[in-house]
Structures are given as C-alpha cells and as structure tokens.
Design a protein around this ligand. Structure first.
Ligand SMILES: Nc1ncnc2c1ncn2[C@@H]1O[C@H](COP(=O)(O)OP(=O)(O)OP(=O)(O)O)[C@@H](O)[C@H]1O
Length: 364
C-alpha cells in the first residue's frame, strides 16, 4: 500500500478553477474522505488521483512515485462508483474475476483470489447469479469485490452509497470500513454526506469552492472547526453562529452574554467576532432561573431521543434578541410559546474572527 499526496495541485476547466493549490496527504492504509457541497471540487480531485482528469499544475504522488502524467491503467488503482458500473450480462463471479482476466491471470490462482474475496464480502452463495437481479447493496458489494480482487495500491470510492436505501447504507458503510481496515488499503472516499464521511473515514478533508478548508479526524472538525464554513457544514443540527462583540472579558451577542475565563480572553484579539455554540451545548431552564439569556420557545422539533428547540431571545441592552437552537434530551419539558432561561456552556463556545472567518483559537 502506498500513501497518496497532492502537492500544490491545481485544476482549471476554462474559466473555472475547480481545485486550487491543493496540498493534502493520505497515509498508507488510511481512509480519507473528501467532503463538501456540490461543486466544491471533490470529484475533480478524485478523478485527478485516478488519472481520468489531468492536473493543470502540481503533482500527485503515490508513495515516492509521481503519477500525474501516468495513464489510469499505469497507476494501480481501483475505483468504486456510485452506479456500481458492473457488467450486467455477467455473473457475480465473472464480474469480480474480470480485473484478473484482463491482466491475464487465470486458473487456480485467480479462482482462489476470487473465492476469497467473495467469501470476505458474503457473496459466495450468489457467485453464479447474474448481477442484474441483485439489490443495490449487493451490486455495490460486487463492485467492492472487483476493486479488492487484485490488491490495488489505492481504492477510490466515488459516492459509493448514494443510490442505496437508508438501511443498506448503514450496513455497507460498516462493511466498507471493515474491509478497508482488514486489507489496510489506502482509500479516498468522495461524499457530500457528513454522516458517511464521519462514520467511515480516519480523517476528513472539507472542501469549498475548490479550496481545502480543513483536514482532520472527525472529532477535531466537530470540536475545533478551523473556520465558519467547517463550523456550519459539520454537525446536525448546525452550530449556532451568532454575531457578537467584546465587552472586556464578556462576549455579548444579540440578547445573550457570557464571560470568558481571563486566561482564555487574554489570548484572543479584539475586533468583530462571530460566536459559535453547538445546539447540544445550549441548556434550557425554567423561566426566571439565572442564565445567559432569556427568551421564548418558537419551535419544537421532536427527534425521538432528543428534541430540537428554537428560542427567540429577549432584547437586551437595547439590542434586538437573536435566535438560538438547543438540542436537549427528549421529550423536552418545553413547548412552543413557553418562556425559558438559556444557559450556554462557555467552555464550548467558539470565537471566530468576523472578517477572516477563522477560528481565533484554532489559528493560535
Ligand atoms: N468537465 C468539466 N468541465 C467544466 N467544468 C467542470 C468539469 N467538471 C467539473 N467542472 C466544474 O468544476 C467545479 C468542481 O466540480 P466537481 O464535480 O469536482 O465538484 P463536486 O464537489 O464533486 O460536485 P458534485 O458532488 O456535484 O459532483 C464545478 O464548478 C464544476 O462545474
């Protein structure tokens, strides 16, 4: 297995800069997810690794080997596509055996490899079936088998779960992760679905408008987003991001205020800020209880084990109250129209620079 590194990679389509100065590495045996909204450049990045698209400038390395000028066939990669790309007239066995056949591998060694991969994927019983009648999940397992069978250096997964039902998604997500770890195959996964990226990848690279925003372990992105884009993109319901200002050690927002510990405040520069707090770090208390804000519940969305409540804060200090979303264990004691006191977990409050949009503490 080899590592993959994108070194100052740039891709331009006419006037469109699809990927801008990408520096990103995926370690040998790691699964790295490329995550971002439609048009952010994640598919283009994957296609450049595959050799389907050429880089405009920069280099892609597989281990010590520069590959950006190599044809796809010379890169020793396998791809798993969202639409499975199987040969419909062939059986499960024939589809998985195909990459070996085109490389001239036949007889007992090929049969043993195909058999082992089918076993690994729980496809042994279906070996002689045509792939035509299979469920989406089974078809995708066949296509994963076809990718694994020849021990590629790298597997590139392009939205592999996007056509599957919710329960098949969950199953296959775990299956892909298990196989990837078992075989220690370096993998890049492209997805627009944060749940998928977080569940499957060792690290997640978040892109927007062709620019890498942050790369890190899922928990890092969740707890220490580098900027407002990542803060807003990761997490559901999204983080509360609220215009705020400094008043000494106090962060004052629209209808709320908290005091930061002196040591923390001392490290943060002055200037216009945006404060961020995740809904699960907002507490709702009975009205009149001391809190960081007071307000009225405007909307309650039950989510089974948790409820998501939107609170319209009271005006304070001559400033119109803003909105805040809280996620609390369900069923919540509060309903739309109830007055509440709002408590913020100040240790979890993030402070972003309003102009540069960067997390002031992640940057320091
Ligand atoms: N072949 C092409 N010719 C011209 N522009 C392209 C081409 N392929 C992609 N682009 C443009 O490059 C940008 C990045 O596209 P890309 O497909 O990589 O994004 P993406 O994040 O994978 O989005 P999606 O999930 O919708 O595929 C977009 O603005 C897109 O319109």
């Amino acid at each position: 297995m080899s590592s993959i590194a994108f070194q100052s990679v740039f891709k331009r389509y006419g006037a469109v800069d699809a990927v801008k100065h990408l520096d990103l590495a995926c370690a040998a045996g790691e699964m790295l997810a490329l995550l971002g909204p439609s048009g952010c450049g994640k598919s283009t990045t994957l296609k450049m690794a595959a050799g389907i698209e050429q880089v405009s400038s920069g280099e892609i390395w597989f281990g010590e080997r520069p590959v950006s000028r190599l044809a796809p066939g010379a890169r020793n990669i396998a791809m798993v596509f969202e639409d499975y790309a199987l040969y419909p007239q062939m059986t499960v066995w024939e589809n998985v055996a195909f990459p070996l056949k085109v490389r001239g591998m036949a007889g007992q060694p090929a049969a043993a490899r195909v058999g082992e991969v089918l076993q690994l994927l729980g496809l042994r019983q279906m070996a002689d079936q045509s792939v035509r009648g299979l469920s989406g999940g089974a078809m995708q397992r066949v296509s994963i088998g076809r990718a694994l069978v020849r021990d590629p250096e790298v597997i590139l997964f392009d939205e592999p779960l996007s056509h599957l039902d919710a329960d098949q998604k969950v199953q296959l997500r775990a299956e892909i992760k298990r196989l990837q770890k078992l075989r220690q195959v370096t993998s890049i996964l492209v997805t627009h679905d944060q749940t998928e990226a977080i569940a499957m990848a060792d690290r997640v690279a978040v892109m927007n408008h062709g620019v890498l925003q942050q790369v890190g372990a899922p928990q890092d992105l969740y707890e220490r987003p580098a900027n407002l884009f990542v803060a807003n993109f990761i997490g559901e319901p999204p983080m509360n991001l609220m215009k705020a200002a400094w008043d000494g050690p106090r962060v004052v927002g629209e209808g709320w205020a908290v005091t930061l510990p002196a040591a923390r405040r001392a490290k943060l520069s002055d200037g216009a800020i945006v404060a961020g707090i995740r809904p699960e770090h907002v507490r709702l208390l009975p009205p009149g209880t001391a809190g960081d804000a007071q307000g009225v519940v405007s909307y309650r969305e039950p989510r089974g084990d948790a409820d998501v409540l939107t609170v319209v804060l009271d005006d304070a200090g001559g400033v119109k109250g803003g909105r805040m979303v809280a996620e609390i264990p369900g069923p919540a004691a509060f309903r739309a129209g109830d007055r509440v006191s709002v408590g913020l977990d100040v240790g979890r409050l993030l402070v972003f620079d309003a102009a540069s949009q960067t997390n002031l503490e992640a940057a320091s």
